[in-house]
Design a protein around this ligand. Sequence first.
Ligand code: AMP
Length: 401
Amino acid sequence: MSLALVLNSGSSSIKFQLVDPTKHATDDPFASGLVEQIGEPEGKITLKYQGEKYTLNAPIPDHSVGLDMAFNLMGEHGCGIKDVDITAVGHRVVHGGILFSQPEIITDEILDMIRDLIPLAPLHNPANIDGIEVARTLLPDVPHVAVFDTGFFHSMPPAAALYAINADIAAQHGVRRYGFHGTSHEYVSSHVPEMLDMPAAAVNQITLHLGNGASAAAIRGGRAIDTSMGMTPLAGLVMGTRSGDIDPGIVFHLHRSAGMSIDDIDKLLNRDSGVKGLCGVNDFRDIEARIDNEDQDAWLAYNVYIHQLRRYIGSYMIALGRVDAITFTAGVGENAVDVRADALADLEGFGIKIDPEKNAQPNDGAREISADDSQVKVFVIPTNEELAIARYAVKLAEQQR
Ligand code: AMP
């Protein structure tokens, strides 16, 4: 069996999966794990393989040591890089700027281009680059492929991609809407034409990636025409801990009147806002439990979340003119029955009607949840970004051969 190794390197962590690219979205990966607390006094590596979970606690000074230790742990349990046939390595790269619209085989030149994009993603791209460099050293004979979170939105028309700020300053500093979660929106939306039994080029659709991070996309004929995330993944929908859209004047106000530094405001909007900022918790299971206990803050947070979600759905219906399908995905979208019901409640006048029974079914793969007489079909399609990255990596590796 040939497998792809998929790496998602963060500033202090590396998520890894060994994936059989021929499997389905809901199948468990061949093996998966997490290297965490890199650079801290005590680090941790977890590996899941064949239903067992293995843990190793030890200091992990940097990404190179972390990945090496992860490979050793995999070797000890029979799924090391010498035990399995790895045909390609897929790397999740957060920012592809305007340089990358497609996944790319990583060469020194491509790596330099990803490095050039660091100013646009100062926290994410350096960590992605670390992961790529380490993995290329440890697996030098296998093709490495970069898959960009922004790639799917590269084709957005200028009217959707540009912000109405001074054009020279915007061009000089790369200020425009790039969009994120592109791998997920592309993966999920690619299943919809088949579910509708329509040619892909004819399908107008809205995809809602509702996880801890959340974004919406409007897609015409397989091409994204708008999305809710912006120059950074902070914009758009209300998220677990991120604010989503706010009046930019709030930043100046908090700086001038509350004496908060730019770093304080950055942390506030990225980590202490969203539903967590409003009610103290970011997990929708906790929010639902609190609402059941008549917690007013949780109720309010939920309503702010739904209100913003409906705003985006409405605006994308207008942008598309005709909508064939609306699809929910990611942790909240796949599991939170009430979120789906409330996001699309009372829209029969727009041809959208959810079937409550279908909507209440447990999450077990791609399914339709709209009523038979709903003009717009509503789907839940589990996302699997690692599988999508694995498929790209193997495809490009095969093309290179
Ligand atoms: P993701 O970022 O896609 O992994 O989504 C993670 C989020 O999904 C969690 O923070 C929860 O808010 C949400 N979630 C996961 N499982 C459930 C569930 N069974 N019901 C409601 N929300 C869920």
